[in-house]
Design a protein around this ligand. Structure first.
Ligand code: HEC
Length: 237
């Protein structure tokens, strides 16, 4: 009898402990896998070489980039020139707040970091507005409320999903980084990049390529979004 009661209790306890774990497992979000396939890590190139890049993204919930299940404009590639390749280990592994917010918003659909799309590039915006408190306030307000007629006839939509502080964080990041000639951003799982440095006379150094993808969380709840970054290094010949 005691044995029966004990085994009954054991089953009840086992059921009680297993059930919640199971429920959590169902909502769990798996991190994406991001891999730069081309170019090859630690290979050497001449400065100013133009090359194709390819990034593979696999996410248990969102799908596979190979099957076009990942939106190209949600995959980012940062190309950063470093005079000293050893500095790579000193760079932060996570994106600064402003950049992270921009990647999760729709900014890069219309603005290129440096290049022509329907909106002015962030490099052009950085050139026009020096980094100071009044420009940060002015532009943060424009991003929230939308803008038209400053650069041409195309308009920027409002961004009610951003808070005032988030908009300020974004603008601070743009005004601080967008004019850095050693930095560039590309969107898409494949494309073409050029290995440029600030100073054309310098013939050494390395390029750090970092690919990121932020997933859509479990059941499309972006609150649980997870980001993966893959980093490779290319040396200047
Ligand atoms: C649908 C396209 C579109 C999207 C999405 C978009 N922009 Fe814009 N943005 C524009 C256009 C077009 C202009 C130029 C508007 C003008 O001439 O007043 C602009 C202008 C700007 C300016 C300069 C404003 C000024 O007064 O000079 C900033 C800064 C800016 N955008 C940042 C952002 C940020 C940050 C995001 C994402 C949160 C974003 N944009 C999303 C199209 C877009």
């Amino acid at each position: 009898m005691l044995r029966t009661i004990c085994s009954f209790l054991f089953v009840v306890i086992a059921w009680c402990t297993v059930e919640p774990i199971d429920a959590i497992a169902q909502q769990e979000n798996n991190p994406p896998v991001v891999k730069i396939l081309d170019p090859i890590n630690k290979s050497s190139y001449d400065l100013n070489s133009q090359m194709r890049y390819r990034i593979k993204v696999s996410d248990k919930e969102d799908g596979e980039s190979e099957y076009d299940e990942i939106a190209g404009n949600e995959v980012f590639l940062e190309v950063r020139y470093l005079l000293d390749a050893a500095k790579v280990s000193m760079l932060s592994k996570i994106d600064p707040k402003g950049l992270e917010l921009m990647k999760k918003s729709n900014c890069f659909n219309c603005h290129a970091f440096n290049g022509k799309l329907i909106a002015p590039s962030f490099t052009e915006i950085g050139k026009r507005y020096p980094q100071n408190a009044s420009n940060i306030e002015r532009l943060a307000k424009r991003v929230l409320e939308g803008s038209t007629g400053v650069w041409g006839s195309a308009s920027m939509p409002t961004h009610p999903e951003l808070s005032v502080q988030e908009s300020r964080d974004i603008i601070s990041w743009i005004l601080e980084n967008a004019q850095n000639p050693d930095l560039n951003y590309y969107t898409g799982t494949e494309g073409s990049i050029k290995l440029k440095s600030r100073d054309g006379s310098v013939q050494k150094g390395a390029f750090m390529l970092s690919a990121t993808y932020s997933d859509h969380g479990a059941k499309n709840s972006s609150k649980q979004s997870l980001t993966t970054k893959d980093v490779i290094l290319l040396y200047v010949k």
